[in-house]
Design a protein around this ligand. Structure first.
Ligand code: ATP
Ligand code: MG
Length: 180
C-alpha cells in the first residue's frame, strides 16, 4: 500500500483544486516558509480522521477552510481526497484503490466517504486500525513526536507498540463490547 494521490480544494492556502501525485518510494516536499508544506501533512491527518484542532495549528475546525485573500472571498467548505494504492491488498478491502474523502463545512460539521460512499468517522478509524496509518498511527511523525514517545508514560508508549504489532483492534473490540 502506498500514498498515490492527494487532492485538496479550499483547504487552508489551497483555494483552487490542487492534485499532488506521488510515486512509489520517497517523496520530499520542499518550498519557502509559508508555502504550504505543513498544510499538506495537516490535510493527510484530517482526512484520516484527526479531530484534534490543536494538532492542526488552528483554534476551530473551520480554520482549515480557505479564509480568503485580498482579491478572493473566503470559501464555504473544503474537500480533501486521499488515494491509497491497495493493489497488494494491505488494507482489508476488496479494491485496488481506496479513496478517503473528508468535507468540512463552516458549521464545523464534517462528511466522510470511502470510495465515494458516505461513511462514519468510525469506519475510517476501523479501516486503518493496526495498519499504522490512522491518525494515531506511527506513519505520521510530527515535529516533537519522537521526544514525546521517549518521555511518554509506559502505558501510552505501549499503544504505539500495540499498533505496530497489529493488536490494537483487540483492545478496541473489547472496549466497544464493554460499552454496549
Ligand atoms: P514553514 O517552512 O515555515 O514550516 P510551510 O511551508 O510548512 O512553512 P504552512 O504552515 O504549510 O507553511 O503554510 C502556512 C500558510 O498557510 C500561511 O501563509 C497561512 O496564511 C496559510 N493558511 C493557513 N490557513 C489558511 C486558511 N484557512 N486560509 C488561507 N490561508 C491559510
Ligand atoms: Mg511547516
Amino acid at each position: 500500500m502506498y500514498l498515490k494521490k492527494l487532492e485538496l480544494q479550499g483547504f487552508k492556502s489551497f483555494a483552487d483544486k490542487v492534485t499532488l501525485n506521488f510515486e512509489k518510494g520517497v517523496t520530499a516536499i520542499v518550498g519557502p516558509n509559508g508555502s504550504g508544506k505543513s498544510n499538506i501533512s495537516d490535510a493527510i491527518r484530517l482526512v484520516l480522521g484527526e479531530q484534534s484542532i490543536k494538532s492542526l495549528r488552528g483554534s476551530k475546525l473551520e480554520d482549515v477552510i480557505f479564509a480568503g485573500s485580498e482579491n478572493r472571498k473566503p470559501l464555504g467548505f473544503c474537500e480533501i481526497n486521499l488515494t491509497l494504492d491497495n493493489s497488494d491488498g494491505y488494507l482489508p478491502f476488496d479494491y485496488t484503490e481506496v479513496v478517503i474523502t473528508r468535507k468540512i463545512f463552516r458549521s464545523g460539521e464534517s462528511e466522510f466517504f470511502i470510495n465515494k460512499t458516505p461513511c462514519r468517522l468510525k469506519d475510517i478509524y476501523e479501516l486503518f486500525l493496526d495498519t499504522g496509518v490512522g491518525k494515531e498511527g506511527y506513519s505520521i511523525i510530527g515535529q516533537g513526536r519522537i521526544d514525546e514517545i521517549l518521555s511518554a508514560r509506559p502505558e501510552d508508549r505501549r499503544q504505539i507498540f500495540e499498533e505496530a504489532i497489529g493488536i490494537s483492534k483487540y483492545r478496541y473490540k473489547k472496549e466497544e463490547a464493554e460499552r454496549k
